[in-house]
Design a binder for this molecule. Structure first.
Ligand SMILES: *Cc1c(COP(=O)(O)O)cnc(C)c1O
Length: 244
């Protein structure tokens, strides 16, 4: 048990419930604004660095999708949590760690190279599973961020679509940090356009149904631009204790 929290339990449980109610309301309002069905947007609770007992409080409020960034922490939590959770790997993934998570997570959001796609494919083949993945786009073309550039993305999708044991389900992005949520909109829009372009190719093994975009600071804008998964950590769990 090394993911400990220090907030008093009762107060914490109430905080989480209130936070989730508020977020769900904001999701619903965003859907109404852009004429989308609320059921088309899934909330992923991003629980990195947060303790399992806190995650259970989130589950009790009805959330089933959880996102984690670090392979070790993810595997520890999968071991410990017996409740039916849909796990999402949203952090950067190294090829040598692929074996620990393939077949255990519903969706890997962070495929950004053919090498990584091939490693996942190989492991999935070994385990006799088909692994759902998203292609992570470095939409701001930032040197410090993972993800594949916009230009190279199309080619990666084409090549990765030939791999038999992975299933490409859509795109993911983390736009550059901006002052105003509104400033994320052009990035989200670009991702949505790329999704459409890829759809037009009709590649076998590719089904562009998911857009994983939007976090605490900008999930409403992301929904307006077509997000099907929003990844929210801070607004649910509160600030993370250290910078991870
Ligand atoms: C940490 C993280 C999030 C959640 O960020 P918040 O701002 O805390 O909502 C979402 N996506 C990814 C990839 C992350 O690493």
């Amino acid at each position: 048990m090394y993911y400990k929290s220090n907030i008093k339990e009762d107060a914490r449980e109430k905080m989480i419930k209130d936070n989730l109610n508020e977020i769900q309301k904001r999701i619903n309002d965003a859907c109404v604004r852009c004429g989308r069905d609320e059921a088309s947007v899934k909330l992923i609770a991003v629980s990195k660095t947060k303790p399992v007992d806190m995650m259970r409080e989130v589950m009790e409020a009805g959330v089933v999708d959880f996102g984690e960034n670090y392979v070790q922490e993810l595997c520890d939590k999968i071991e410990e949590i017996k409740e039916p959770v849909v796990w999402h790997m949203i952090g950067h993934l190294q090829t040598n760690k692929v074996k620990y998570i393939v077949g255990k997570v519903a969706l890997i959001h962070s495929v950004d190279s053919l090498k990584l796609a091939e490693a996942i494919d190989k492991e999935a083949g070994k385990k006799g599973v088909k692994q759902d993945v998203l292609i992570e786009i470095n939409i701001g073309e930032e040197a410090t961020k993972t993800g594949i550039g916009l230009e190279a993305a199309m080619n990666l999708v084409k090549e990765a679509s030939k791999l038999e044991n992975i299933h490409i389900c859509g795109l993911m992005c983390i736009p550059p940090v901006v002052d105003e949520p509104e400033n994320s909109r052009p990035y989200f829009r670009q991702i949505a356009m790329l999704k459409e372009e890829i759809e037009k190719l009709n590649l076998p093994g590719v089904d562009m149904r998911e857009l994983s975009m939007g976090m605490t600071g900008d999930f409403e804008v992301a929904i307006e631009e077509g997000a099907t998964f929003v990844r929210v950590g801070t607004a649910i769990f509160g600030a993370r204790n250290y910078n991870k």
